[in-house]
Ligand binder design. Sequence first.
Ligand code: SF4
Length: 729
Amino acid sequence: METTSTPTHCPYCALQCGMNITPLPQGGVEVTERPDFPVNRGALCGKGRTAPEVLSSAVRLTSPLVRSGGRLVPASWEEALGRIAERLGRTREQYGPDALGVFGGGGLTNEKAYTLGKFARVVLGTSQIDYNGRFCMSSAAAAGTKAFGLDRGLPFPLEDIPRTGCVILVGSNLAETMPPSLRFFSELRENGGTLIVVDPRRTKTAEQADLHLAPRPGTDLALALGLLHLVVAEGRTDEDYIRERTAGWEEARAAAMGHWPEYVERITGVSVPQLREAVRLFCEPEAAMVLTARGPEQQSKGTDTVGAWINLCLATGRAGRPLSGYGCLTGQGNGQGGREHGQKADQLPGYRKLDDPAARRHVAEVWGVDPDSLPGPGRSAYELLDALGTDIRSLLLMGSNPVVSAPRAAHIEERLRSLDFLAVCDVVLSETAELADVVLPVTQWAEETGTTTSLEGRVLLRRQAISPPAGIHSDLYVLHDLAARLGVEKGFPTDPEEVFEELRRASAGGPADYSGITYRRLAQENGVFWPCPATTGVTDEDGEDGEDGEDTVLDGLPDDPARDAETAVPAVPSVHPGTPRLFLDRFATGDGRARFVAVAHRASGEEPDAEYPLLLTTGRVVAQYQSGAQTRRVAELNAAAPGPFVELHPRLAARLGAAEGDPLAVVSRRGRAVAPARITTGIRPDTVFMPFHWPGEGRANTLTNPALDPTSRMPEFKVCAVRVEAAES
Ligand code: SF4
């Protein structure tokens, strides 16, 4: 592998910051700024800056492991892959294909997500596939699809934020989850716009707001309805827009009018003057946005909650207009692409519905199989994990660590232990991999090429910069090999570009149409926004209708972005430019109108009572990422955030007799977690907060409630009833 600098993207969150990586003569790689990428303009958070450490980590897996005598011991790839194929085949023979489960991740590249979905349905024949993205933004996806006919996290680029008039940021702590994105909001305020943050905690993000609303956890739906009530009462609706571009207003209006401001104040704890101020700030400018993240989405009423915030945008004429609209800030690195290409229980590539006969015919034709052979929709992520060891006997898991990240995690850990067979692909021995019968060590971001789709719907090329260590293979290699061992010799290439070419064909004509995007374009442009249909038919790079291709497109291109800019081949005139902004003319519904939803406040899955009198909400800290499988292995990040904590208000701490750092036990109906106290006035006195990145006795997800949203099947990570008591130090 060459030693020149390679422009690529961070392996972690959905911002997908651009960075350059350069192999060092003494080994390892160096990360340097990549100012040409417009999203982060060279800025990186500590996670991105230290990402190379995981590439050369001493705890990295370097050989397959198989369980023998109760222990995981090194084995050859031949033995490990042979064992997986044999056990999956045996399970299928004994119990049928739906006894096989497949669990993916929102960090997998588009190529891997696509191949994993195809592998489950074509090779294993199982309907039982879902992924951890179900735990991430599925409520926003469901609400966006209902309202607009299409879900793309942000229907506009981040660069629109500084030029709008007001942003309501609901349940997002960007200062800790994606710090480089904060500059868009600083610029918004510098330009005279305002930022309203809705969060039960005064987070680092809330500290930067013009107005901070701190509702009781689980009441964001009531808050949005209260704001809509005031919008109507104060005559701030956009009647022309409602008439011309929406449907369902009367029912939604009637539902909101039942939510009087005083009633909403009682439910949420947000005062009527604050509600009025929020409405004023949101409605006075020409343009405004609402952006949601996990706060309102990870609730058992997440879809309705997001729907209520979308109603607010629609009633004020602020969706599908320049510099206005609703958007979801997806969390995981490929959270957007991960839900578009078939690893979701109910979907096929191109964001097509699995139960749509035309979609099945199209994808089956690309795959060269009979549409009737494709299984139907399967269980959602939590339901799939809950069925392990009973209906589902063997599981193949890639890119996920549910022992730490799933709700009711002790129960899920027990379900994983009860499986007949578990195979895990990972780069380190995660807490889930520790339970496996076979563990396969796979390549990481800088060692492989692939595409991701950022929270903006911008498809990006992550380029290989270094060779993987000897003896390590990619997830695509694993699926290719297993397919062959299970009798499917063709259709599972190991070359990511070859997979992408097939993905283009499979997505053509679907809601998430990638057919006009090629690796060549991605290497020349700073990403391409979908939908991007092929304007001259979908062909291979070397095909008759496309651009002149080369055998390996990336090999033929320079790696230096400055040189790229000078020598870039002008875009072929017939290519589609991509779609940075959606819905400006019409929404993606049959009649082009957006849909209001008529929703009303309802209680969370669990409300406090005498035994569990407090509310727990969970979230993240800046130095750790998701289940921490990678970031907990980075010394600098571990030093900054070495373990969990229980954040609580001084009044609650005084009632408990707890001082800063005292060990506290947080107890819910599902278990107990112990962590030191962190006392702050920045949290409501009726609420405690725990970050969820760690396993063991401080595992926050031991406590969380798997009450599911009826539409999205999202578990209720953001609110459950707990009690807090002193623990032994
Ligand atoms: Fe990586 Fe996200 Fe940090 Fe950017 S903000 S460097 S994408 S973890």
